[in-house]
Design a protein around this ligand. Structure first.
Ligand code: 6GU
Length: 262
């Protein structure tokens, strides 16, 4: 086992928490930090810096810890922060959290993110279930002849459970881009023509890596701003954090109930 092997990180988590196997992992994206406390009090909280293969995230709104949280009969790993492609370390660190979760026993991964809303009528602060994605990073986390099927990548079963919990939830297609720049208004018009509803800089590679591990994937975007050219206002990372703080209660409760029923 090499030092950056996800199995090494899973072993470190098992040792630090005294828990052999976790059930569900939740990756909290930009602005989602305030939802963490609503999921539940952590039994343990570990610094990503102390776990093999993790790169502490450098973005505001990402704190870089892994919590072990008991939710009813389930034990969840909550990753506060993720590594993005735009940090420049390649694909491996981007999917390390998801692979570690799989190695730690998780059969379900919940991927959350902050997204720009493309679809007409979307509002800032609106949560949207990811129904499918367009991977426009031009990359794959898989190497070699691993011809992985991505049909129903975002679990219809878990989406149905989420809509039972929160019947107001809509669904949308998420475009994943490398960033770190936002899109031009012309690009947003193109994505709309391609059937996209949401745009962001994460999630798609993690979802593919999770599928390849046989893990059920659930994706949830928080619309933190309307995509370029829709309002005429420039885009700014601070509105991402503000929208997250405002939606934290509703989002944390949804995640908690979903973990319980996943
Ligand atoms: Cl508008 N674009 C991208 N690429 N990522 C975002 C976003 C927009 N809003 C939040 N994250």
């Amino acid at each position: 086992m090499s030092a950056d092997d996800p199995a090494a990180a899973a072993a470190a988590i098992a040792k630090a928490t005294g828990v052999d196997s976790h059930d569900v992992a939740v990756v909290l994206g930009s602005g989602w930090r305030p939802a963490a406390d609503v999921i539940g009090e952590p039994d343990d909280e570990l610094a990503m810096a102390d776990l093999p293969g993790f790169r502490p995230p450098g973005v505001a709104g990402h704190s870089g810890t892994v919590r072990s949280v008991t939710v009813a009969e389930r034990r969840a790993l909550v990753l506060l922060g993720r590594t993005h492609l735009y940090e420049g370390h390649g694909v491996e660190p981007v999917v390390h959290g998801v692979r570690t979760a799989a190695a730690a026993g998780c059969r379900t991964v919940v991927l959350t993110n902050a997204a720009g809303g493309i679809r007409e009528g979307m509002r800032v602060g609106e949560p949207v279930l990811i129904s499918d994605h367009l991977n426009l990073t031009s990359l794959s986390p898989l190497v070699g002849p691993r011809f992985t099927d991505l049909t129903d990548l975002y679990s219809p079963r878990l989406r149905a459970i989420a809509r039972e919990i929160d019947p107001e939830l809509s669904e949308g297609v998420y475009v994943g881009l490398p960033g770190p720049h936002f899109e031009t208004p012309a690009e947003i018009r193109m994505f709309r023509l391609l059937g996209a509803d949401l745009v962001g800089m994460s999630t798609v590679l993690e979802a593919i890596a999770a599928r390849a591990e046989g893990v059920e994937v659930f994706g949830l975007s928080l619309v933190t701003n309307l995509a370029a050219g829709i309002t005429g206002e420039p885009l700014d990372h601070h509105e991402v954090l503000a929208a997250g703080a405002a939606a934290a209660g509703r989002m944390g409760a949804l995640l908690r109930d979903l973990i319980e029923r996943a």
